[in-house]
Design a protein around this ligand. Structure first.
Ligand code: DAH
Length: 337
């Protein structure tokens, strides 16, 4: 009888310290399992004298019921505690401020670049690209600028080696495309270019959009028409446009194209140096020497070409007076576009 009662006591003590369902299961095996303490007691009943047997039997069964019931209660309790812990750990405090995810936006240079491309694509031009690390041959030689040609001085070139440069303009794409394809061609070539130059209106890397058209009878008037359409679309239909004679080795005749100053509407100011005009691009009729370099029949084909600086156009459009602002990554500047 005493042994039976002490079983109950020891179970009580152990069950209090059981902190997990696994520990409870161990207790169940220890007391109620096939070889458990209570089960063994039941088995020894037959060795007890017949007078004491019923009382002992009742006592063991009572302890067994008690332990079974106690285990059930502890199990429910532990499960509830676990559930509470889980709910608490997963709870979201909806009164806390949300996490701020800043949105990026298109860089003003890319924005203007896409706009320029969009206008020319709407006029039927195709987009082609060329490498930024370029052979001297494509950057200069094939564009009618042989070694030691004084026109090379205008472009402060980064040399990689004697024959390899960082392209100083997008004009070499003209050559690469014409070597591969036959006219009719209506192409624009946007991209990065590099010059060893840095001040308020120059950065060592900037963007250009090259354009050219080659066919059996492309005339200077086509060039004027295309560029005027572009300028009126990019700036404003009322923006005046003027062509000024100039020189580029790869075009003949060559022109520089000005627009009425966007800062003073042509009245004359500091930006346009009181001329009322701003230079925005170079252009001309493709020099037959260039056609010869790519094996085109110079009696059959004519073409025009032009090249413009993207940052310069962006500066004029948004009245920005320092080109370096584009590349300093000051959020206060970039957020305005
Ligand atoms: N490549 C010239 C430059 O970067 C710009 C240019 C002028 C391009 C006249 C042309 C052109 O295609 O016809 O200074």
């Amino acid at each position: 009888m005493e042994e039976i009662l002490s079983l109950k006591k020891s179970f009580l003590k152990e069950s209090k310290s059981a902190r997990s369902l696994a520990e409870l299961q161990q207790l169940r095996v220890k007391y109620l399992g096939k070889k458990g303490l209570v089960t063994s007691k039941l088995k020894t009943l037959s060795t007890i004298s017949p007078e004491l047997r019923p009382a002992c039997g009742r006592a063991v069964n009572e302890v067994k019921r008690y332990i079974t019931e106690e285990l059930r209660k502890r199990e429910t309790l532990l499960k509830e505690e676990e559930h509470k812990r889980l709910v608490l750990s997963e709870a979201i405090d909806i009164t806390l401020p949300g996490k701020f995810t800043p949105f990026g936006r298109e860089h003003p240079v890319n924005k203007v670049l896409s706009e320029i491309i969009g206008i020319f694509v709407s006029m039927g031009f195709e987009v082609e690209e060329g490498p930024e690390v370029e052979l001297d041959y494509y950057n200069f030689e094939a564009l009618n600028m042989p070694k030691d040609h004084p026109a090379r001085d205008m472009q402060d070139t980064f040399y990689i080696s004697e024959d390899v440069v960082l392209r100083t303009h997008t004009s070499p794409v003209q050559i690469r495309v014409m070597e591969r394809r036959r006219p009719p061609l209506k192409i624009i070539a946007p991209g990065k270019v590099y010059r060893c130059d840095a001040d308020i209106s120059h950065t060592p890397m900037f963007h250009q959009v090259e354009g050219f058209m080659v066919d059996t009878d492309v005339a200077f008037s086509d060039l004027k028409g295309v560029l005027e359409s572009f300028i009126h679309s990019f700036f404003n239909v009322e923006t005046p446009v003027r062509f000024r004679p100039s020189f580029f080795p790869f075009t003949e005749p060559s022109a520089e194209v000005d627009i009425g100053c966007t800062f003073c509407s042509g009245k004359g100011c500091r930006v346009c140096k009181n001329t009322g005009w701003l230079e925005i691009l170079g252009a001309g009729m493709i020099n037959p020497r260039v056609f010869e370099m790519v094996g085109y029949d110079v009696d059959l084909y004519t073409g025009f070409a032009f090249g413009m600086g993207v940052e310069r156009l962006a500066m004029l459009k948004y009245s920005i007076d320092d080109i370096r602002l584009f590349f300093e990554n000051d959020m206060r500047f970039l957020r305005q576009f």
